[in-house]
Write a protein that binds this ligand. Sequence first.
Ligand code: MN
Length: 493
Amino acid sequence: MSSRLVLGCGSAGRRIVDRLPEEGIVVVDDDPDVLESLREDGIEALEGDPTDPATLEDLESPAVVFVAGDSPSRNRRTIERVRERFPSAPVVATLTFDATPADRREIETVADHVVDSRGTVRDVAFEWTVGESAQKALALRRRLSTIDGKLAVVTHDNPDPDALASAVALVDVAETVGLEAEACYFGEISHQKNRAMVNLLDLDLRHLEYDAGLEEFAAFALVDHSRPGINDGLPEDLHVDVVIDHHPPRGPVPGEFVDLRAGVGATSTMLTGYLQRFGVDLDAQTATALLYGIRVDTDGFTREVSSTDFEAAADLLAHVDSDVLERIETPTVDGETYDTVARAIKNRTREGSVVAASAGRITNRDALPQAAERLLTMEGIDTTLVFGFLEEMVFVSARSQASDVDLGAVLRDAYDPIGSAGGHADMAGGQLEIGMLAGTDGSEADSLRSVVEEVITHRFFEAIRSRPGTPVSAYSRTSELLFSTGVEEGDRP
Ligand SMILES: [Mn+2]
């Protein structure tokens, strides 16, 4: 389905053909002179009347159709035939210089995109129509305009700024074709900066429960991930209409319209392109969200960044609210977070360049990574671990700048036997269930907690020391009992 079909090849049609890559063009016209000149240039030209259904019968389904004869009424009839034969192919129609306003209105109601061959915008209009990304935009518009009902634009679970911005932008795009759409997510927006982004930009987002019925939605779009049921709360066999993502997929990607670009640093970059193609006026809210999405995903334009990301950022910049962007990036810190960081600093245990610290009871687990980062700025320290107690759980967060430490592996070694842990070489986390501890008050709870603190700290240092090598064995019977999920009352030490 790589072909571009040109039906009717008048003066505007010829200019389009000249700008298209030669590969995969098929032109249909009934003027022998036109056909001859096309064939001389090595272009596949078939004789036929484009308004005759029989002409389209034997042609393969094209990626995009250009209807470019010189007669507006004939072009309109041709488009009607195309709609019958290739209902999902986007149609670009040309208007010749002598077209009347009535001709224009008539063509605009049936075509997906109209190229006006008059005036100085001519060349720009052509470029915007024949390029690869322009055709993607046309195909997306075609897809969106066939949807009848509400579109759910779904991010991956616990969405990051790139996913959030992309969802909001795709809602804007859908609205340009009169489609009602809603940006949706499963899970939590837990990171402080992400919450600041949503609040300060007042993003319109719908939280979906994992067991929520989805009947109210007629169609689904996935952004910043590509497979339903994998890292989102949708059923795996869901019919997906639109997928826009920059991650290389790890399996088959379903979707009527799919745009996967692994060479791009952020999905927000791709959506910036679509907003422009669809002629959406960028507002500060969406533009700021998108730029923040690109910045976070490319780690401030240093990681997996492409020239397209820079171009998108440059286009967004003029519309961005830089005060808000700054407030998102440096959110105010609440007192509780400072208390948590302070307790971690006070309770630290050091071994060489490694620090582990208990922050005691916490009310908000987001404070832990901040404490771990804070400790990393201590002189002579390259690896940190901070943990805290919340309800029936212990949450662990670790950071490292050491080149020979794989924190994800270290935390798995240390805590997988008694909880769950994982992450990257420089950033990792985990959680452990501690059964009754949280419910107990008084000195018994305190002594239990100090045992748990010892276990967590010890296992971490042990795992750091024994890497690379075999995973550490279980620390003690005490830890087994404390951390196993099925602790019996009588088993507690
Ligand atoms: Mn992303």
